[in-house]
Design a protein around this ligand. Structure first.
Ligand SMILES: [Zn+2]
Length: 284
């Protein structure tokens, strides 16, 4: 509980003292933030309109462009401004994860209102079509973070799953090679440690400006960038606490878990083989 209180104090201290550089970033303005093609697809709100702008290079991994370049530049500059302010005021920045030495949580310095609206009005409609179970009637919380990879930044981010139902991962900028994201199968809690089948492995190279949408339980990692490479990403975790709670009751089979599906198929084929054997015997 003390931790939650400390975190609350940390955020309150920032919100009441930090002076943003770009105030316009703190309220979602679809016209200046988002690409017209993306806005049009969302307003039409059909699978067909989404498929026009979204590709699915691997089952459960969706790739598309959504932001205006101006949004990226302002966000990068705002993060820099926040870091500078934290340094000057001797504030110890709480990092998005243990591996991150330079990342920041965007919600912590006031971007939570903008991110919530972005999630509800623009990410939810896509999820409603491609991940209907996970998003349910609406996501109920989010967390946005800013992560950097590169020579003097993060090393490889090992395999992990995220504290989200759905994750939006946007590449804000990238220089040089390396830093690919690699996926290794979707796993429920029970099957988390099961190795991926060859067909579950999928590598994707980040392209600046592109967003990737995937399940939080889609096991993945990021390779370290090469010595000259550097990459900045915005990660938005979209959560649905009801879906999470339902998981504890739905014990046997989860159609989104690669291993659950695999085991079910195995069982079915064993069953079929046994039946076949029996039939052959009857005919004999
Ligand atoms: Zn499973």
């Amino acid at each position: 509980m003390l931790q939650a209180k400390q975190y609350k104090n940390y955020r309150e201290k920032i919100i009441s003292n930090y002076q943003p550089r770009f105030r316009e970033l703190y309220k979602l303005d679809p016209e200046s933030f988002l690409l017209p093609t993306f806005r049009k697809a969302i307003s039409e709100n059909t699978e067909e309109s989404f498929r026009r702008i979204i590709s699915e290079p691997f089952p459960g991994v969706f790739v598309f462009e959504m932001f205006q370049p101006d949004f990226f530049e302002k966000l990068l500059a705002e993060v820099e401004n926040f870091r500078k302010w934290a340094h000057e005021t001797k504030l110890k920045i709480m990092r998005p994860n243990k591996m991150s030495k330079f990342g920041v949580v965007l919600d912590d310095f006031g971007l939570h209102i903008m991110l919530k609206q972005l999630m509800e009005d623009f990410i939810f409609p896509i999820c409603k079509v491609f991940f209907p179970k996970e998003c349910g009637a609406m996501f109920d919380s989010q967390r946005g973070s800013f992560i950097e990879n590169g020579e003097d930044r993060n090393a490889e981010l090992g395999l992990h799953v995220e504290d989200s139902e759905i994750t939006l991962n946007v590449c804000l900028s990238k220089q040089g090679e390396g830093g690919e994201i690699f996926f290794e199968g979707t796993r429920c809690k029970k099957h988390m440690d099961i190795d991926p089948k060859p067909e579950e492995r999928f590598d994707y190279c980040h392209i600046p400006g592109q967003a990737i949408l995937h399940r939080g339980c889609h096991v993945h990692g990021a390779r370290a960038a090469t010595t000259s490479g550097r990459r900045a990403n915005m990660i938005l975790w979209c959560r649905n606490s009801l879906f999470r709670e339902m998981q504890t009751y739905e014990k046997e089979f989860r159609d989104w878990c690669g291993q659950c599906v695999h085991e079910k198929k195995e069982k079915e084929s064993q069953c079929l083989a046994a039946k076949r054997k029996e039939m052959i015997r009857i005919i004999e």
